[in-house]
Design a protein around this ligand. Structure first.
Ligand SMILES: [Zn+2]
Length: 275
């Protein structure tokens, strides 16, 4: 029904830490593991080309971008599995699939510096978005219906000081743009007695050029059969914000200051009829 990268055979050596919690019909879990190697770790196996690949070769095969971020955590995966078989996942491979191979004007100003900083890097055959900006909103199995909605996430509920039953913050990938800033995708999960809440955040800071965020929020209230998913993008040029980009160390310091470009809320319904 749904083949995740984590289900692929991995011939590399990985130790994975996991943790999980049950929430009504949901099994919520995450894995954490080490960084994606920058070379093939099991040449003998990977060169057989019989569908067994190390993580590095899998990424090379699956992705259409000539370089990966400095740090990719291939097995850092957040899973929300419903007893019906429906599944929501946040994983770095699917996020990187959604990095555009198109360069936007604002990124061009730094593209040369990027290329110079990586003399070993083969000049990309086609330009690609070296900021790794992604509009990834999570991976959904196909028994989840997505519809537009006017309902919005109730942020007052999120502010209540309830007991936190389960929490984790996972980095999916990160790149320092060769000291020109930061590009980072991370996802947080919080399970409370009456709801679960996910915040995935892509944050980009190109020093003295721009700041951007792409945030995906998912909210599910206990005893309801749907999830609200809010996707919002924000962006500003460095010259339009009053603090120097170099002082924006934490995404939390700057994202609230950025103007909203786009905000869409959708309703995700788990179709329990389909097994
Ligand atoms: Zn390999």
């Amino acid at each position: 029904m749904f083949v995740a990268e984590g289900n692929r055979i991995d011939s590399g050596r990985y130790t994975t830490n996991s943790n999980s919690i049950e929430f009504g019909p949901w099994h919520i879990s995450y894995d954490i593991s080490c960084i994606l190697p920058s070379v093939c770790s099991t040449k003998v196996v990977c060169e057989r080309d019989d569908d067994q690949f190390c993580q590095f070769c899998l990424y090379c095969k699956e992705l259409d971008i000539p370089h990966f971020p400095d740090m990719v955590f291939p097995k850092n995966v957040l899973r929300l599995e419903h007893t019906s078989g429906a599944e929501i996942q946040f994983n770095p491979l699917d996020a990187l699939r959604r990095v555009s191979s198109r360069l936007e004007a604002i990124e061009v100003s730094c593209a040369e510096a990027w290329q110079e900083s990586r003399p070993d890097a083969e000049k990309p055959k086609k330009p690609f978005d070296w900021t790794f900006s992604t509009d990834y909103k999570g991976t959904l199995s196909n028994n989840i219906t997505v519809e537009p909605t006017n309902e919005t996430i109730d942020f007052d509920i999120l502010k209540r000081k309830d007991q936190i039953l389960f929490y984790h913050d996972l980095t999916l990938f990160e790149d320092e743009l060769h000291d020109h800033g930061i590009s980072k995708l991370s996802v947080k999960i919080r399970v409370m007695p009456s709801y679960w809440y996910v915040l995935q955040r892509y944050f980009l800071r190109v020093d003295d050029v721009m700041v951007r965020s792409h945030e995906t929020r998912m909210f599910h209230m206990l005893n309801t059969d749907y999830i609200l998913r809010e996707y919002s993008t924000k962006e500003a040029k460095a010259q339009d914000i009053n603090i120097p980009t170099s002082q924006m160390k934490e995404a939390d310091d700057v994202i609230p200051l950025l103007p909203v470009k786009q905000k869409v809320t959708e309703k995700l319904t788990v179709n329990t009829q389909t097994k």
